[in-house]
Ligand binder design. Structure first.
Ligand SMILES: NC(=O)c1ccc[n+]([C@@H]2O[C@H](COP(=O)([O-])OP(=O)(O)OC[C@H]3O[C@@H](n4cnc5c(N)ncnc54)[C@H](OP(=O)(O)O)[C@@H]3O)[C@@H](O)[C@H]2O)c1
Length: 352
């Protein structure tokens, strides 16, 4: 079941490598041509349960960069387009039930058996597609899944699993990231007190406006004093951490008894050292990880639908928005990705 005018071939940015590289040096990219190249490849055909999407926009997340470098939680696939999430129009389906999506504008994340979003057409599971509200822009729709779902899931983790009450503080590192900003706003809306940790002082004011109770700047000379006084005054029990370097470990060591370090990203290539193992024995401190893929697998469908609905409502009414650093045409990814990743304060949006 398909639109009648589908082409045989499409332009795509395909992976050059298979499997894992064994490296773990973070999402920085100095030359994308080591990992991907432009190619003309056949338009994929959807199998049962799958749909084919004509791409409108997509986003580059740190996970895409870790992935093409072979250091993500799933292996590279040589010859397949890269790119995990995006927005487009469903143009073909592998079975009658999925065909009800044909013609719909959707946000989606590519499944393990799919084909990436850095191509004119992408293949994904029909059940990962979110039919879009007309008020959600194509740019917000490009980045509707990975970060927004993670933001809701992790702030929910803070309030539900760790039973944080109104007025309780929690720490967000790399708080100037798109995900960090979403979580600061969401935490503040719930009456929690987000402590935003950033490395660029210029990013502090916007975070305060979003609702950060306190902003700690790691590059400031008085960072250690500021951090100690935040621990004393606000007593945060949870750190949502995407940096995972020595500063993260030092913040965790300064947190009160029963504190939890939830690691969900590895933006820094530096590996932290744990110097106070007694805190795990005598103070009940814990380190754990969060991965959206596992959350999607284990969360009941009803709860997931509630989260999707909340995410769309926040983008549709303007409480959330996707900040854009640059728009990069798909055919310029190989040449332009490295320079684009150096821009701060917004996402790279791929256009088609
Ligand atoms: N586990 C999961 O399921 C999951 C899901 C979604 C996202 N994530 C993770 O969440 C993190 C944020 O994603 P995002 O899409 O929001 O990122 P983003 O918008 O691309 O922003 C990343 C920002 O982090 C800051 N940063 C980069 N390297 C850093 C370092 N070494 N130390 C401190 N700050 C650093 C930079 O901000 P400044 O330039 O302002 O310093 C950078 O702009 C990533 O690690 C990503 O992999 C994980």
């Amino acid at each position: 079941m398909a639109e009648t005018d589908l082409p045989q071939d499409m332009q795509a940015v395909i992976q050059l490598n298979d499997g894992y590289s064994g490296s773990a040096d973070g999402p920085s990219i100095s030359d994308a041509s080591k990992y991907v190249k432009n190619a003309n490849i056949p338009v994929p055909t959807p199998a049962e349960g799958q749909v084919l999407v004509r791409m409108i926009t997509s986003v580059v997340n740190p996970s895409d960069l870790h992935f093409i470098k072979g250091e993500y939680g799933q292996p590279c696939r040589k010859g397949f387009p890269a790119g995990f999430e995006g927005c487009g129009i469903v143009v073909a389906a592998g079975d009658p039930a999925s065909a009800k999506l044909i013609g719909k504008r959707v946000s989606f994340a590519v499944s393990l058996t799919g084909s990436g979003t850095w191509a004119q057409y992408a293949l994904t599971d029909a059940n990962t597609c979110i039919v879009l509200h007309p008020d959600v822009s194509d740019i917000d729709a490009a980045a509707l899944i990975v970060n927004p779902l993670t933001a809701v899931a992790m702030v929910d983790l803070v309030s539900q699993t760790y039973a944080a009450q109104k007025g309780d503080a929690f720490i967000i590192t790399a708080a100037s990231s798109q995900l960090g900003k979403l979580m600061v706003g969401l935490g503040a809306d719930l009456g929690l007190k987000p402590i935003a940790v950033i490395r660029r002082a210029e990013a502090a004011e916007p975070l305060k406006k979003l609702g950060a109770e306190q902003v700690l700047v790691t590059s400031e000379p008085d960072f250690a004093d500021q951090m100690q006084s935040a621990m004393k005054n606000l007593k945060p029990r949870i750190m949502l951490d995407a940096v995972a370097d020595q500063t993260s470990a030092d913040i965790f060591a300064a947190m009160p008894p029963h504190a939890k370090w939830v690691c969900y990203g590895k933006l820094s290539p530096q590996n932290p050292q744990l110097t106070q193992m007694g805190q795990f024995i005598f103070m009940g401190k814990k380190i754990e990880g969060f991965w959206l893929v596992n959350w999607m697998r284990t969360t009941p469908t009803k709860q997931k639908i509630a989260v999707f609905t909340e995410v769309q409502a926040r983008f549709a009414d303007g409480r959330w928005q996707t900040d854009v650093a640059i728009k990069l045409p798909m055919q310029d990814i190989v040449a332009g990705l490295a320079a684009a990743t150096k821009l701060t304060d917004g996402k790279i949006i791929i256009t088609y």
